[in-house]
Design a protein. Structure first.
Length: 693
């Protein structure tokens, strides 16, 4: 019952329209077994269609197994499991297993016209003809093509490439065969298929072909490639097989040789096998002739020793690479006269690598031209040859060109290349300089990295130095501020001690004297009390001046003139003031400047209070480490010899004299009654600078 159901299911897949197939599959299970089917086209790899015959119907299947099912061939009876059906009504299967073999019937061969008139897809047919050529599909690496000459018309045979499939088909070139397979439309790649030809015959490989007659080498036509110049390209292509004898000049790419013919011509040959003759051997080649319009070349050729003596080894010809590619005036050419000659060229190695066929290649440059150098089959590149070396290369010159086709009257010529025949043909004439671009780039990179590192280190050092400098500056500032505080406290203590404390001491002594005189000398009581009162007044003035100095910013003014003016302006009482102090403020220590302010202020107060002056002039200068300044007024003046002193309650002049003396200076006053007063002071700046330091 199950077998009958499966048979009906497969027949529906082969003959019912797609909608009916979809309905049948939709109503049944997604998976089913397929057994006892005969393989028409064997599976080769995953996702490559293969064809089976079931009840005289041909079914295209897709194998989903991860590996190729080895051993499956044309005529095998297999079973497999259907997983599902795709949109093209093809079952996707897995688990292909051989359960038997049946050569079965071989269909009667049909002609090429009958083949191309098939209007029913998936037809199992056979054709007869001669295998012209075999190649790989350039757009789908899973497939190869063979071209069959069937009565003057070409039928394309498509086969899957697997282990041994391509060489097996290559061995059929030139054979007359009967090929059995499934006629189907060309495969679609990415949704698009080749439009021409309309049909191709799908075969599993050489197993689907039966040789009727092997290649006919007897009776091949012999030509002299160097002398038969009257023959046309179409006549050359019409020759089935051509025999050429000569000496091997070079071999490359596993199956390519260039031959020096006995008549002086040159022939390039593509061999059917990868067994290469040795360079310098005398050989006989038989193959299908083609031409690049310069020489007669052979494809699918076989060779054997000719038994004749080899031609003499040609002498290498030293040539400039420029002569291969341009005229003497610079016009571009490809000089075909050098093909087949042994040339010796010099150049710089620009690159080393493998070409598409796995051959080692050098690209050498001489001037503005580059030349491709192909190492022959038995040539090993010397390990000392590296990019940048200057080399001299000797080899056979080969023209890289296509062969003639009827619809391509001028085959493409891509240029020239050299085939090196032995390792000793590559000679290093000069080694590359140590300073190669790569090394320069590496050194430049490390230098740049070092510069970045040095710059980063400098930035770090600068930050550290700035931080340490700030710390030192803060420490020094703190030390100086502390020193200034101590100096200011000392100055204040001295001011209080020398001024207010002494005046208070005088007041205390005056009061005691008054108390004693009240009993002993009552007539002196008033004098002692008046002296004590004057001393208290002096204490009051001294204390007022100290408080004013503490709250005022006189010492912080930028110029000495401004500081002096602000210090005395509240004591002028309408008098005119002229200040000309030609000493920069920064040259005066704070203690000297403070003493200068106190002296000048005291002199101005005396001039206004006692001399009733209306004009006061203050001048100052510095010379040879000494400070000179004077205060001149137009007041009433006095007799300096009989000037009142501390006994009469006048402490100003004596205080000035004591202050100047404490600073190591001199004080001189010149006054005449009715002519004003002029006081002069001299202080040593060097002594004060040493004391401050």
């Amino acid at each position: 019952m199950r077998k009958k159901t499966l048979t009906a299911f497969l027949l529906a897949a082969a003959f019912l329209p797609s909608s009916a197939v979809c309905e049948e599959t939709a109503g049944g299970d997604n998976a089913a077994d397929m057994s006892s089917v005969r393989v028409l086209v064997a599976p080769t790899s995953r996702f490559v269609p293969f064809y089976v015959e079931h009840n005289s119907s041909v079914i295209s299947c897709i194998d989903l197994c991860d590996e190729r099912p080895h051993g499956v061939r044309f005529g095998d009876i297999v079973q497999c499991r259907i997983l599902h059906w795709d949109s093209d009504k093809r079952p996707r299967v897995t688990g292909v297993t051989v359960v038997g073999h049946d050569d079965g019937r071989m269909p009667q061969p049909i002609s090429a016209d009958e083949f191309y008139n098939i209007d029913k897809g998936l037809s199992f047919v056979a054709v007869t003809g001669t295998v012209l050529d075999v190649c790989k599909d350039c757009i789908d690496s899973r497939y190869g093509f063979a071209f069959l000459d069937a009565g003057g018309k070409t039928i394309t045979l498509s086969f899957g490439i697997c282990e041994g499939a391509f060489p097996g088909m290559k061995s059929l070139v030139g054979c007359e065969v009967i090929a059995a397979g499934v006629a189907d439309t060309p495969r679609a790649i990415g949704g698009f298929a080749r439009r021409f030809p309309r049909l191709e015959l799908n075969i599993g490989g050489a197993d689907n072909c039966r040789i009727l007659r092997p290649p006919v080498n007897s009776g091949t036509q012999a030509l002299n490639p160097g002398s038969d110049i009257g023959i046309t390209p179409d006549r050359i292509a019409a020759i089935p097989w051509l025999r050429i004898t000569g000496t091997v000049l070079g071999a490359w790419q596993k199956n390519h040789v260039v031959i020096a013919c006995e008549d002086g011509g040159v022939c390039r040959a593509e061999l059917a096998s990868e067994e290469l003759p040795e360079t310098g051997a005398a050989v006989e080649l038989v193959g299908r002739p083609e031409t690049d319009l310069f020489d007669i070349n052979l494809v699918r050729a076989s060779w054997k020793p000719s038994g004749k003596p080899a031609l003499p080894e040609p002498k290498p010809c030293a040539i400039d690479t420029r002569k291969l590619f341009e005229y003497s005036r610079g016009e571009a050419i490809v000089d075909s006269s050098h093909r087949g000659k042994i040339l010796s060229v010099c150049g710089t190695v620009k690159s080393i690598g493998l070409n598409d066929s796995g051959n080692l290649c050098l690209l050498i440059k001489d001037g503005k031209h580059t030349l491709n150098v192909v190492c022959g089959a038995s040539v090993d590149l010397p390990p000392s040859v590296t990019e940048g070396c200057r080399v001299r290369v000797t080899g056979v010159c080969v023209m890289d060109s296509d062969n003639w086709r009827p619809h391509v009257p001028l085959p493409a010529v891509r240029g020239m290349f050299l085939v090196v025949r032995k390792t000793s043909d590559i000679v290093i004439t000069d080694y590359p300089p140590w300073w190669t671009p790569l090394r320069v780039a590496i050194v430049a990179f490390f230098l740049f990295a070092m510069l970045i590192g040095i710059a980063a280190w400098n930035i770090a050092l600068q930050k550290r130095a700035r931080r340490l400098g700030n710390e030192i500056a803060e420490s020094e500032l703190s030390r100086r501020l502390g020193k200034l505080k101590i100096a200011e406290r000392t100055r204040l203590a001295v001011e209080l001690h020398d001024g207010i404390v002494q005046n208070l001491t005088g007041v205390s002594m005056g009061i005691r004297s008054a108390m004693m005189s009240r009993k002993l000398a009552p007539d002196q009581l008033d004098g002692h009390l008046r002296l004590a009162l004057l001393s208290l007044d002096s204490c009051r003035d001294e204390l007022r001046d100290c408080i004013w100095d503490l709250h005022n910013l006189t010492l912080d003014e930028s110029t000495a003139n401004e500081s002096i003016r602000k210090a005395v302006e509240q004591h002028l009482n309408g008098a005119k003031l002229a200040v000309r102090f030609n000493v920069p403020r920064r040259n005066l220590p704070d203690n000297v400047f403070y003493a200068l302010i106190r002296i000048i202020r005291e002199l101005v107060i005396n001039a206004v209070r006692h001399g009733h002056a209306t004009e006061i002039k203050i001048a100052g200068s510095a010379e040879n480490g000494h400070l000179f300044f004077s205060v001149h007024d137009n007041g009433q003046g006095f007799d300096a010899r009989h000037a009142p002193g501390m006994e009469q309650g006048h402490f100003g002049l004596q205080g000035i004299a004591d202050r100047v003396e404490s600073l190591g200076g001199t004080f001189d006053i010149d006054s005449t009654v009715g002519k004003g007063t002029k006081a002069r002071v001299e202080l040593s700046l060097e002594t004060e600078a040493k004391a401050n330091s």
